[in-house]
Design a protein around this ligand. Sequence first.
Ligand SMILES: *[C@@H]1O[C@H](CO)[C@@H](O)[C@H](O)[C@H]1NC(C)=O
Ligand SMILES: *[C@@H]1O[C@H](CO)[C@@H](O)[C@H](O)[C@H]1NC(C)=O
Ligand SMILES: *[C@@H]1O[C@H](CO)[C@@H](O)[C@H](O)[C@H]1NC(C)=O
Ligand SMILES: *[C@@H]1O[C@H](CO)[C@@H](O)[C@H](O)[C@H]1NC(C)=O
Ligand SMILES: *[C@@H]1O[C@H](CO)[C@@H](O)[C@H](O)[C@H]1NC(C)=O
Ligand SMILES: *[C@@H]1O[C@H](CO)[C@@H](O)[C@H](O)[C@H]1NC(C)=O
Ligand SMILES: *[C@@H]1O[C@H](CO)[C@@H](O)[C@H](O)[C@H]1NC(C)=O
Ligand SMILES: *[C@@H]1O[C@H](CO)[C@@H](O)[C@H](O)[C@H]1NC(C)=O
Ligand SMILES: *[C@@H]1O[C@H](CO)[C@@H](O)[C@H](O)[C@H]1NC(C)=O
Length: 457
Amino acid sequence: MPLSNFYKNNKSFTMKEAYTKPLIVLTIVLTSLSLIIEAIELADLANICENEILILNSDSVKFDRNSIVSSTLRCIVIRSDNVNIEEGSFANVPNLKYLDLRRNRISKSNLFSFGNISHLKILNLGHQDHRHNYYSEEEIIISNKYPELEYLDLSYNSISDILVEGDLLENLLPNLTHLNLSGNKISSPLSLTLPPMLQYFDLSDNGISQFSFEKLNNLLSLRLDNNNINTLNHHHVDLTPLQNLVNLSVTNNQIKYISSNSIENLFNLRDLNLSYNYLSDFDFKMIKDLHSLEVLALDGNSIDAVSISVPLNITTLSLNCNRIINITTDSFYNLNNLRRLFLSRNTIRNIYVNSFENQKLLEELYLDDNDLSHLPPYWYQFTKKLRYLNLSGNKFTSLESVLYDSNFPVTRLHFERNPLIYINGSVMLPEMTIFLNIEPRPGVRCDNENMHRKYLY
Ligand SMILES: *[C@@H]1O[C@H](CO)[C@@H](O)[C@H](O)[C@H]1NC(C)=O
Ligand SMILES: *[C@@H]1O[C@H](CO)[C@@H](O)[C@H](O)[C@H]1NC(C)=O
Ligand SMILES: *[C@@H]1O[C@H](CO)[C@@H](O)[C@H](O)[C@H]1NC(C)=O
Ligand SMILES: *[C@@H]1O[C@H](CO)[C@@H](O)[C@H](O)[C@H]1NC(C)=O
Ligand SMILES: *[C@@H]1O[C@H](CO)[C@@H](O)[C@H](O)[C@H]1NC(C)=O
Ligand SMILES: *[C@@H]1O[C@H](CO)[C@@H](O)[C@H](O)[C@H]1NC(C)=O
Ligand SMILES: *[C@@H]1O[C@H](CO)[C@@H](O)[C@H](O)[C@H]1NC(C)=O
Ligand SMILES: *[C@@H]1O[C@H](CO)[C@@H](O)[C@H](O)[C@H]1NC(C)=O
Ligand SMILES: *[C@@H]1O[C@H](CO)[C@@H](O)[C@H](O)[C@H]1NC(C)=O
C-alpha cells in the first residue's frame, strides 16, 4: 500500500516509505474509539482526538521526523514488534496529544526515544514485555520535557526504579495527574520525588513492602493491590501524607498489622478495600472520624467476630470469606446507614434476635454459603427496605424458618443449594421471586490463599 500522500477528509498525512518490510496497515479511525479506550479513564479522549486517530500496524517500522507530517493530527497508535523511533519523530505533528505505543517491545532505554513533545496529554507506553516476560528488571530514566502531559502509563514493563536526569520530575512533567506503574518490579521507594500534583496512582502488581507517599497530598486514588505489604505504619507504608485520598485499595497483600494513625486521618476517604490480607481483627475505631467513608471491604481475611463499637456512616460493608460464626445485636448496631451487607462464605451458624434492628435502610443482604438452618422469628421487622436476600448454600430445610409472615419485605430471594424437604406454597408471597434451581452450580469456595498468588516475577 503506497503510504505517501494519504488523503482523508481533506486532511493530508504524508508517510515516507518505512524500511525493510514496508507492509504497514494504516487506518484512520473516524468513529470507533473502543480499541484504545481500554484502561484509559479520561472521558474526554473522544474530544481530544476529535474522532480521528492514526493507527499503524506493522511488523517492523522506523520513524524519523519526516515519517508523519500533519498539522492537524492529534492521536497516533503504533503497534509493531520492531519499532525504531528516532528523536523528533513527532516534531512534524505539532498538535499531537495522544500517543499509544503499547505492546511494541521497546527496550527500557528507548521508551522515550522520540524526545520532547510539547502538547502531548496522554502517553501510553505499557506492556512492552507482553510476549515472554523476558524483560530483565531495570530502571528507566526520564529526561525529556512533556509540559502538558497528564496521563502516563508505564505498566507491565519490568521497571525496578525511575530516575530523572537533570531536573525534578515535577518540572519535566508539570501537569502529570495520572501515573500507572502497575505490573512492574518495584520493591522499595523510587529514587525520584513523585510530583505533588499527582491524583491517580496505580502501583498494583509490584513487589512493594515499603513505600513513601511523602508530599502526595493531592492524591485522590491509590491502588496497591498484589504487593508484599505486611504492615501499614510509618516505617513501612506511610499513608499519613495522603490527606485528600478518596479511594484506597490495598488488596491481596499480607497485612497483619495496621497502625491506627495510618488511616485515621484520611478524612476524605470514601472507599477502603483491604480484602485478602491476613487480618484476624479490624479495629473499627480507626475509621470513626472518616465521615466520608461509604464502602469498606475486608473480604478474605480471618476475622472471626464482629462487634462494631463506634458509629459509622458506611453504606456498604463487605466481610465475605472470613471466619464469622455468630451475628449478635452488637455486631452491626452502630451502622445505621447500611444499605448493602456482604457476609457470604463465612461459617455463620447463629443470627441472634434483633441483630439487624438498626439497619432500617438495608436493601441487600448476602448470607450465602454459611451454616444457617433458621433465622430468628420476625428477624426482618426492622429492615423494611430489604429487597434482596441471598441464602444459597445453607442448611435450611423449609421456607418457614426464614419467612414468618406476610410482612417479609424481600422481593428477590436466593435459596439454591439448601436441603429443602418441602415447600409450603401458602407461605409464598405474590410479589416475591424465589430462586430454587434444582441443579445449581456448586458454590464458589473461598480460596484466600490462592488469592494471594502474586504476579510472577
Ligand atoms: C528537551 O527538553 C529538555 C528540557 O527542557 C531540554 O533540556 C532539551 O534540550 C530538549 N531536547 C530537545 C532535543 O529539544
Ligand atoms: C499545563 O497544561 C496547560 C495547558 O493544558 C498549560 O497552560 C500549563 O502551562 C501547563 N502547566 C505547566 C505547569 O506547565
Ligand atoms: C493500569 O494499567 C493496567 C494494565 O494496563 C490496567 O489494568 C489498570 O486498570 C490501570 N490502572 C488504572 C488506575 O487505570
Ligand atoms: C472512587 O471509586 C468509586 C467506585 O469505584 C468511583 O466511582 C469513583 O469515581 C472513584 N473516585 C476517585 C476519585 O477515584
Ligand atoms: C475489593 O477488592 C477485591 C479484590 O480485589 C474485589 O474482589 C472486591 O470487589 C473489592 N470490593 C469492593 C467493595 O470494591
Ligand atoms: C454521619 O453523617 C452525618 C451527616 O452526614 C454527620 O453529621 C455525622 O457526623 C456522620 N457520622 C459519622 C460517624 O461519620
Ligand atoms: C457463638 O454462639 C454459640 C451459641 O450461643 C456460643 O456457644 C459460641 O461460643 C459462640 N461463638 C463465638 C465464636 O462467639
Ligand atoms: C447468590 O448466591 C448464589 C450462591 O452462592 C450465587 O451463585 C449467586 O450469584 C448469588 N447472587 C448474586 C446476585 O450475587
Ligand atoms: C403451610 O403454611 C400455612 C401458613 O403458614 C400453615 O397454616 C400450614 O400449616 C402449613 N402447612 C404445612 C403442611 O406445614
